[in-house]
Design a binder for this molecule. Structure first.
Ligand SMILES: [Zn+2]
Ligand SMILES: [Zn+2]
Length: 471
C-alpha cells in the first residue's frame, strides 16, 4: 500500500486567479522584461536632458483651467483621454462623449485652437481608445462558444507607456484624473458587455481570463479548469488509479506493439474511466486526477469509496448534469468501478484531499504454513492490535521513495478468520501504513509483523480497502 500520492506538479494557476492584473502577476512578464531592457536604456539617455518645458511650458496651467484644456487639445489628446484628464464631469457618459463636449466648449471659447501638425497620436493613450471597438470585437470573437459567466480582463501595457502616460497626466491632467489602465479596462468591458450581456466582470476567480496586449492588440484567452469532486469504489484488481504510460514506448503517440497502440500500460484506469467522459461532456482539452491517496492496482477499494477531484482543463462548457454523468460513467465502467457524490469542487479542495491523512480499514488475506493451532495463531495475530509498526521503506517502492523508517500505528485488528491455509483479518491503520508489509514483513523490514508473530513466511493473497475514514 503506497501512502499518499505525490503532487503531480500541475501549474499553479492560483497565482493568477486573484490577480490585480495591473500591478501583480503578469503572464507576459518576460515580454515586458525584454521591452524594458532597451526602453530603460533609451529612457536614461532622455532623462539627462529631460526638460519640463517639453511636457508643459511653464506658463501653461493644468486642467481644468481653460488654458490647460486648450493645451491638451493642441498636443493631440483624443476625446476619450480629454474626458478623462480635463476634470469635466463624466455624468455616466462614455469617456469620448464627455471629451467631445469638452472639446466643443473649448472651441467655442477659443476658435483658434488647433491640433499641432506633428501630433500623430494621442500622447496619453497612443490612440488605444480608438481601438476599443476592435479590441472588444476580438474579445467577443475569441470567447465565442465558450460557456462561462465570470470573466476577468487583464490589459498589458509596456512599462514605458505606463511611465510616460503617468508623467504627462501628473503635469497636465486635472487632479484626481483616472489612470489610463483602469479607464481603458472599463471602456473595453463596457463595450464587450453590450455584445455579451450575460457576462459578469470579476476581479478574482474568473472562469475565463481575457488578456489583451496593447502592443499587438492581441487577445489571449485562458479558460480556467473545472474541478469535480466525487468518490470511487474500485471493484477490480486489474486497474490502476491513474493513466500509466506504456513502459516499452513511454506512452508515445500511436503506442507500440506491447501496448497495442494505446500508449498505456493498462487499457483503462480510474482516471480514464472518470475523466474521459467528463472531458467529452465539457469539451475540455485534458485532465488531471487527484485522489485522496491511492491503492495498488491489485487492491480493491470498497465502503464509501475514495474521495477524488477530477480536474478538467480548458473546458469550453461548464454546465453538467452530475447525475446523468455518474450513471453513464458507471455503466461504461462495466462493474470495474463505481462513482457517486459528484459535485463541483475547486483547487483548494484538491489541496485538502491531498493533505488529508485519513485512517483506513482493510481486509487482508494471506497464506501461511505456520505450525500453530488456529487458536494460538489467532491469539498471536491479535497481539498486533494497537502496536506501533516500524516500517523501513518497502523494497517494492524503494526506487521512488526515500529509504527511511516510518512509525505507523495499528489502530485496531480483529475478525481473524481461517479457511485452511488461508487466513484473513480486518485492520485499521494510520494513513501511510504499508499493509502488505505488515503481513509479510518485507524480509524483516517491518517490525512487528504477522510473519514475525507466526514465525514463518506469509504470502498476501488479496487486500481490500474497506473504508477511508475521511470525514
Ligand atoms: Zn487618448
Ligand atoms: Zn507502448
Amino acid at each position: 500500500m503506497a501512502p499518499e500520492s505525490e503532487d503531480d506538479g500541475d501549474d499553479d494557476w492560483t497565482k493568477y486567479s486573484d490577480v490585480s492584473y495591473a500591478s501583480e502577476y503578469d503572464p507576459w512578464a518576460d515580454l515586458v522584461e525584454q521591452e524594458s531592457v532597451s526602453v530603460d536604456d533609451d529612457f536614461d539617455d532622455d532623462f539627462d536632458d529631460f526638460d519640463d518645458e517639453q511636457v508643459r511650458p511653464s506658463e501653461v496651467p493644468r486642467c481644468p483651467s481653460p488654458n490647460g484644456i486648450s493645451y491638451v487639445i493642441e498636443i493631440g489628446t483624443c476625446d476619450a483621454c480629454l474626458g478623462r484628464v480635463s476634470g469635466t464631469r463624466i455624468a455616466g457618459d462614455p469617456l469620448h462623449i464627455a471629451g467631445s463636449r469638452v472639446r466643443q466648449e473649448a472651441m467655442e471659447r477659443d476658435p483658434d485652437i488647433s491640433v499641432n501638425g506633428d501630433a500623430e497620436y494621442c500622447p496619453f493613450c497612443e490612440n488605444l481608445f480608438t481601438d476599443v471597438e476592435l479590441i472588444a470585437s476580438r474579445i467577443s470573437r475569441s470567447i465565442e462558444g465558450i460557456e462561462f459567466s465570470k470573466g476577468q480582463l487583464g490589459i498589458h501595457f509596456s512599462k514605458e507607456h505606463i511611465a510616460s502616460e503617468e508623467s504627462l497626466r501628473n503635469s497636465l491632467a486635472a487632479t484626481g484624473s483616472r489612470p489610463l489602465k483602469s479607464s481603458l479596462t472599463e471602456e473595453i468591458q463596457r463595450i464587450v458587455l453590450e455584445k455579451i450581456p450575460g457576462l459578469i466582470w470579476v476581479k478574482e476567480k474568473p472562469e475565463v481570463m481575457i488578456l489583451v496586449d496593447t502592443l499587438t492588440l492581441g487577445v489571449n484567452i485562458d479558460i480556467r479548469a473545472i474541478f469535480i469532486y466525487g468518490r470511487y469504489r474500485k471493484l477490480s484488481r486489474e486497474i490502476p488509479q491513474t493513466r500509466w504510460p506504456c513502459r516499452a514506448c513511454r506512452g508515445q503517440d500511436g503506442g507500440c506493439e506491447a501496448c497495442q497502440g494505446t500508449g498505456q500500460q493498462y487499457p483503462a484506469s480510474i482516471q480514464s474511466m472518470v475523466c474521459d467522459p467528463l472531458v467529452v461532456a465539457l469539451e475540455g482539452e485534458s485532465d488531471a486526477f487527484h485522489g485522496m491517496g491511492r491503492e495498488d492496482i491489485d487492491v480493491r477499494c470498497l465502503g464509501q469509496g475514495r474521495p477524488f477531484v477530477a480536474e478538467i482543463k480548458r473546458p469550453r462548457l461548464r454546465n453538467l448534469d452530475f447525475e446523468a454523468l455518474s450513471k453513464s460513467i458507471n455503466a461504461s465502467a462495466g462493474g470495474s468501478i463505481e462513482i457517486d457524490n459528484l459535485r463541483l469542487s475547486n483547487k483548494a479542495e484538491v489541496a485538502r484531499i491531498k493533505e488529508t491523512k485519513a485512517e483506513k480499514s482493510y481486509t487482508i488475506s494471506f497464506v501461511s504454513e505456520h505450525g500453530f493451532s488456529e487458536e494460538e495463531a489467532s491469539a498471536r495475530i491479535l497481539t498486533l492490535h494497537g502496536k506501533v509498526l516500524e516500517q523501513q521503506t518497502p523494497q517494492r517502492v524503494a526506487h521512488r521513495r526515500a529509504d527511511k523508517i516510518r512509525k505507523r500505528k495499528v489502530i485496531s485488528l480483529d475478525k481473524v478468520e481461517f479457511n485452511g491455509k488461508e487466513i484473513q483479518f480486518r485492520v485499521r491503520c494510520e494513513s501511510g501504513t504499508y499493509v502488505k508489509e505488515l503481513v509479510h514483513s518485507d524480509d524483516g523490514r517491518t517490525i512487528p509483523s504477522v510473519a514475525g508473530v507466526l514465525e514463518t513466511d506469509c504470502e498476501v493473497v488479496w487486500l481490500d480497502v474497506e473504508d477511508i475514514h475521511a470525514d
